[in-house]
Write a protein that binds this ligand. Sequence first.
Ligand SMILES: Cc1cc2nc3c(=O)[nH]c(=O)nc-3n(C[C@H](O)[C@H](O)[C@H](O)COP(=O)(O)OP(=O)(O)OC[C@H]3O[C@@H](n4cnc5c(N)ncnc54)[C@H](O)[C@@H]3O)c2cc1C
Length: 507
Amino acid sequence: MTENIEFYESLVNILGPNRVRISETEKVLYSHDLAPLPKEVGLAFNTMPDAVCMPKNAEEISGIIKVAIKYDMPVIPRGAATWGYGGAIPSQGGIVVDISGMNRVLRVDQDNLEVEVEAGCVWKKVYDIALKRGLFIVSYPSSMYAATVGGWINTGGIGIGCYKYGSVGQNIRNMEVVLPTGEIIQTGFNGVSDHSAGYSLNDLFVGSEGTLGIITKVTMMAEPAPEVLRPTSYQFKDLMSSFPFMKAISRSKIRPLNISFVDEKHIKFLDMMGKHTPGPGALINIALEGSQGSVQYEESVLDALSQQHDGVKMTDHTAEHEWNERAYEFRPREVGLSAALGEVLVPLNKFQIVIKDTYELIDNMGMEASIIGMMTDRNTVALLPYFIYDDKKLIQGNTSLAFPKKLGDIAFDHGGRPVGLGLLFAGNLPKIRGNAVELMFDIKTVLDPHDIMNPGKSMEGITKQGVPIPKIAMDIGMGAMAAVKMVLPDDKAFKEKAKKFKKENKE
Ligand SMILES: Cc1cc2nc3c(=O)[nH]c(=O)nc-3n(C[C@H](O)[C@H](O)[C@H](O)COP(=O)(O)OP(=O)(O)OC[C@H]3O[C@@H](n4cnc5c(N)ncnc54)[C@H](O)[C@@H]3O)c2cc1C
């Protein structure tokens, strides 16, 4: 008890009483992220924090880490908790460090084409402020309205703009990071590239899921704002038949800003809800950006390729609408159900077989699901099938959560892999990385000698009792959940709710 009081007072000495939270309500709020977690997860993990801290700068975070070392407490960095893989929630209790209050845009530097922000800043804010001053933030997540800069970097983000400019990591100049020892470092350089200066420390922290340190400031590269940003949209009978078009674009010399797609089932879901759609079929939405001349040329190439491959060009109105919808892919949730998604990366030439297998999985598991996604470079496709389910129906809801695992297996079978490890899929790392995983453990030990920084995430699943969860246990558990789902009656919740939603929204 005395130790508890001392622990709390040590944090209050750094942050003051208002920015250290220990009430039960507050702890419950920070014990989950955006995705619903089955209750049974509580048997293996202690997702309830001991304290929640809201720092304002790196020095305060350094102080929190020193307290954590003294009391042997895990430290869990948290942005907006939109990731949904459990990365931002405790696995064994500890101190949640909520950095969403560190949200200032510090510098928009037109001279050096870079923008410096605090890591808790939301992407939409960075994008808007930079654009007002003539700079273009080249890649950002579709969760831009909520997701933080630090959160996306830590998930190794791929998103809008990646096709042309690369993932978030490829656009970082420099970061300020508080290490798990409390030391504060710079990982790169403002104003120039991190080239030939020893190991690339920027890259080390990208995708580290908060296990190597807490990012507090980021300097990212920006482009001059484009003369024209033009969305286009092409319709195909179904997603399968859009493949030759996407392949032809990726083998041409044009480089659109963004190539994303929604399948015919997504359009059908919207139609069932009474939302406006451009008619049945799959849509390939492509945004072009640059000078008037270069955009016109790229659009003429797209038009020709679409004609060659039986696509139909949609009106400007539809294309604008789809671009404006880029941050709202999960509209079908509006009927009042939960949505969860799986995410895999696959080589383009396996696109058709992977979507065929994925549709079969959806059918076998009796799910109401659709496939959306994007091309993240000339050869990599990110498939993001999402499913709509009723999380109040316990067995149906919980067993649905085996879908991402089964989807990951399909990707592995075809030379791809699942994306994101977090709390539940940490056991996948050895399968993804082979013996390189040992090097990763060594790096983690060097940076985090007290093993306090977000334990049980990314590297290996660890229960609240400190026992590592072998991958085989996860495979068996998820396999059993999927098997149960397959024998349950098919999901019908969306159909029923969509009908009601359509009626209510018409009246
Ligand atoms: C509607 C929707 C659309 C999405 N679209 C995309 C998309 O286009 N692309 C994509 O990649 N993802 C997408 N996501 C997933 C998610 O939004 C992103 O991964 C997002 O960037 C996470 O940011 P966050 O601030 O919510 O991070 P959190 O969920 O809070 O944290 C994510 C991980 O990063 C760690 N972390 C957070 N901040 C820091 C920090 N400052 N220092 C160290 N570690 C930290 C956490 O511990 C955790 O492991 C989407 C999610 C939703 C719901």
